[in-house]
Design a protein around this ligand. Structure first.
Ligand code: F55
Length: 821
């Protein structure tokens, strides 16, 4: 243990209480009698910052002295959630803080609830970035996260008459205790304008004359590794109007124009685009992408130059830039521009450095999610970058021609530029060509990247595409969110299990032990009771903790098939109405999901679930055997309450569509049984826990493909399956929406006529799988055994494992534990 860790371990509650009170008075200007829970939570954060910034200095000093190779994780999204509990745990101060607050007559849990979620992301991709930076700090890797300091994160969701309504997220309304502004590290980002070609004695060169400038202001959020030894930084850029902005010349009219320009500049970091899995193609989004990419690269180059001057050949030895999907892919063109135009390197040298420096993670195969930018928009916003992309492509197509001589079709297929009426740039192609490594996020996903998305790239570069299966941090997703289970584990396993999750495997022999089963299920029961209160508070629906808690929590998307779940609920409800004595295990179906604001079908599915819920929950004739709740405003902090209480984890995407999934890992880690398709990481979860400890069902990828080729006809299933037909007709009639018959018809219509994600094709298998869950749950001991085996077999889904694979396979990065100073 280091000195700091020893000091922390020796900290007494009374001493800690005095520190918090001192901050309450001198940092917050309040005092004990007056302070609200919010003020106390701020004082607690200020107290933690003493330790955090000491750790940050230590880490930075060590990293600078060791001239360490560093990874820069570029992501448009970081879905951090709350930081107070995780900082307390990672510093080893949680218990002492709890006792200290109790001395003060306060409940720590109440203070933790004061903190708004930092929701600077949409879903899996953004949360993955958050888990990954936790692991990078924990593993003492020299790493910086780069993103955007959105003023408004993902919208807050409300339901009005069952419909989703979006409200602005105001996470910084009252400031954030974690962020520090670093004006000394601000950057200028240029946009628009034109490119001039200058001919001189050395030939010709290009000069970009931009017509707009933005200032990028960094806000740093410390990322505390587990154990508190290393503290890394998440650097988020805020956009402001440029300094040189001409305030002197304005007159009465100019004043207003000057402000308009200022507002425009500040719009860039104003709000997170709430689309997942669709490419919005908006100019402002492109500017966001370039703004943060350019600011981050300038920051990286500044740091490099201050240590190594203009010896750019060292750049790729000391830096790696990881692209979290294609969203920051314009950074490839930006680094080329800087090296060629500004540092005057030869193209070939610059390209080698660039290609060596970048790596790209692909998160999706859905065609509608693959980003393209129109050439004409790029020519307007980033004219020089567009030229550079053309040149990258010209040289790439030469390589293609060498491999496949005179093959026009191949040229068109592989080209970074999509030809056609509206020419566009395919950002995934640019990312593959411009990177040293490309990775998928689960075995099956990587396989499909190789066979379906980029088969020719594999022929060109057989080693480039790798798999790194996703993971989640066991700190947040087990220790912190499930303190009761953590305590039970602590009674049997070394205290450092949150760092070495494989230690939980020591509990495998106890899975059959009746006493341990009883303790494990008692924890689950307590967690369910706690969730009962949350459900009551959020929806006013009363549910029983004796029922199966069946949970589907994730973004709302047709490919994730929340409507498959709904269809089964309708079928089950009909059976119950026909036969109220039907013998089923009581079940609570729990949903949490946000829909992209412009995604009609997704919003219709939310409305349908809410309307069906209202009818079912008020139908006394079914004796409370099923209940259905859709919790509003699903987010990280709500997930932390749901996951520990789940019995069943629904992961029912159409095979081949869910790249990985990470909620599946979190739920299994907390002892939920997966009800899932052969998709994404479900397949690897099955390998880890054993086929008998989860329920997989439905078509596999090749069966989906075969059905597509043979011509899928959902109408036939609708016509021939009496229960499906009845449920879909029921949904489109007036039963659930008497005031507006047909309100929910769009879903039935879609499923009967198109069913793009083959809900009806998988229905029969799904309902059988649901029945397997029902009979499994009745065998109390077998279920408990399976739940335990799930929880203790998740080591390979620890994000520390994922990050070590990135460090070894992609980044060539070594841990540098911070030395005491
Ligand atoms: C956000 C913005 C755009 Cl423009 C496109 C996609 C997204 C987004 O949020 N994607 C996303 O969350 N993808 C998910 O990434 C996870 C982490 O790899 C996977 O587990 C999950 O399967 C995938 O859908």
């Amino acid at each position: 243990m280091s000195q700091t860790q020893l000091a922390i371990a020796a900290m007494q509650p009374e001493e800690f209480r005095r520190k918090v009170v001192a901050h309450l008075r001198s940092t917050l200007g309040s005092f004990e009698e007056k302070a609200t829970a919010h003020t106390w939570s701020q004082a607690l954060a200020a107290t933690l910052n003493e330790y955090i910034y000491a750790g940050r200095s230590r880490t930075l000093k060590t990293q600078i002295e060791s001239q360490a190779r560093t990874v820069h994780y570029l992501s448009l999204e970081f879905l951090m959630g709350r930081l107070l509990a995780s900082n307390l745990h990672n510093l080893g101060l949680y218990q002492v803080a709890e006792q200290a607050m109790a001395l003060q007559g306060l409940e720590l849990a109440d203070l933790l609830e004061q903190e708004p979620d930092m929701a600077l992301g949409n879903g899996g991709l953004g949360r993955l970035a958050a888990c990954f930076i936790d692991s990078m700090a924990t593993l003492a890797l020299p790493a910086i996260g780069y993103g955007i300091h959105y003023e408004h994160g993902l919208f807050r969701q409300e339901f009005i008459k069952g419909r989703q309504v979006e409200r602005p997220d105001q996470w910084r309304e009252f400031g954030s205790p974690w962020e520090i502004c670093r004006p000394e590290s601000q950057q200028v980002v240029k946009l628009y304008g034109h490119v001039e070609t200058i001919h001189d004695q050395n030939g010709s060169r290009k000069v970009w004359h931009p017509s707009r400038m933005l200032r990028a202001i960094p806000w740093d959020i410390p990322i505390v590794g587990y154990g508190g030894q290393n503290v890394n930084i998440l650097r988020l850029w805020e956009s402001r109007a440029d300094h040189f902005f001409d305030w002197d010349v304005f007159n009465a009219g100019g004043y207003v124009d000057a402000y308009a320009e200022l507002v425009q500049a500040e719009t860039v970091s104003k709000v997170l685009y709430p689309n997942d899995e669709t490419d919005a193609g908006k100019e402002l989004r492109l500017i966001q992408q370039y703004f943060f990419s350019a600011a981050s690269i300038a920051d990286i180059l500044r740091r490099f130059e201050s240590a190594h001057g203009n010896d750019y050949h060292l750049f790729a030895t000391l830096n790696v830039l990881q692209l979290n999907d294609t969203h920051p892919a314009i950074a490839i063109a930006e680094l080329m521009r800087l090296l060629v135009d500004e540092k005057q390197l030869a193209w070939q040298e610059a390209w080698q450095i660039t290609q060596q420096s970048f790596a790209y993670t692909n998160h999706t195969l859905l065609p509608e999610a693959l980003e393209t930018w129109s050439v004409s928009l790029l020519q307007t916003v980033l004219p020089r970058h567009m030229e550079i992309i053309f040149e990258i492509n010209r040289r790439f197509l030469q390589q293609v021609d060498e491999r496949w001589p005179n093959d026009q079709q191949m040229q068109a297929k592989l080209s970074i530029i999509q030809e056609g009426e509206k020419k566009s740039v395919r950002m995934a192609q640019l990312s593959v060509v411009g990177s040293q490594r490309v990775n998928g996020v689960a075995k099956i996903h990587t396989q499909l990247i190789k066979t379906e998305l980029f088969p020719e790239m594999v022929q060109l570069w057989p080693e480039k595409i790798r798999n790194i299966t996703n993971g989640v941090t066991p700190r947040r997703w087990l220790k912190i969110c499930n303190p009761r289970l953590a305590e039970l584990i602590d009674q049997h396993v070394d205290a450092d299990w949150p760092r070495y999750l494989e230690k939980l495997e020591q509990l495998k022999p106890l899975a059959k032990d009746k006493d341990f089963q009883q303790k494990f299920m008692a924890v689950k029961q307590r967690n369910k009771q706690a969730l009962v209160a949350v459900i009551k508070q959020l929806t006013d629906v009363e549910v029983s903790a004796e029922a199966i808690f069946d949970v589907q929590i994730k973004r709302l998307h047709e490919y994730k098939r929340q409507h498959l779940n709904l269809l089964y609920i309708l079928v089950l409800y009909r059976r119950l109405l026909k036969n109220p004595a039907l013998d089923i295990c009581p079940r609570v179906f729990i949903f949490g999901a946000k829909a992209a604001p412009g995604y009609r079908m997704a919003k219709d599915i939310i409305l349908a679930i809410n309307r069906v819920a209202k009818v079912i929950n008020n139908d006394v004739s079914i004796g409370g055997k099923i209940k259905l709740v859709f919790l509003p405003n699903y987010r990280v902090s709500l997930a932390e309450k749901l996951i520990p209480a789940a019995d069943v984890s629904q992961q029912i995407s159409l095979a081949g569509k869910e790249a990985s999934g990470t909620g599946n890992m979190k739920l299994a880690m907390n002892g939920a049984i997966t009800l899932g398709t052969h998709d994404g990481a479900n397949i690897e979860i099955a390998e880890a826990v054993g086929e008998q400890n989860l329920v997989l069902f439905g078509m596999k990828v090749d069966e989906v493909k075969a059905l597509q080729h043979s011509g899928y006809a959902p109408q036939h299933i609708y016509q021939n399956n009496e229960e499906i037909k009845a449920a879909l007709d029921w949904l489109s009639g007036d039963f659930f929406t008497p005031e507006q018959p047909g309100l929910l018809a769009s879903i039935s219509k879609n499923l009967i006529n198109e069913d793009p994600f083959m809900v009806l094709a998988d229905f029969a298998a799904y309902q059988q799988a649901q029945q397997r869950i029902d009979s499994f749950y009745r065998q109390k001991s077998a279920w408990a055994e399976a739940a335990i085996l799930n929880a203790v077999s998740m080591a390979r889904f620890n994000s520390d494992r994922s990050i070590m694979e990135y460090a070894n396979d992609i980044w060539q990065l070594k841990p540098i534990p911070a030395a005491e100073c």
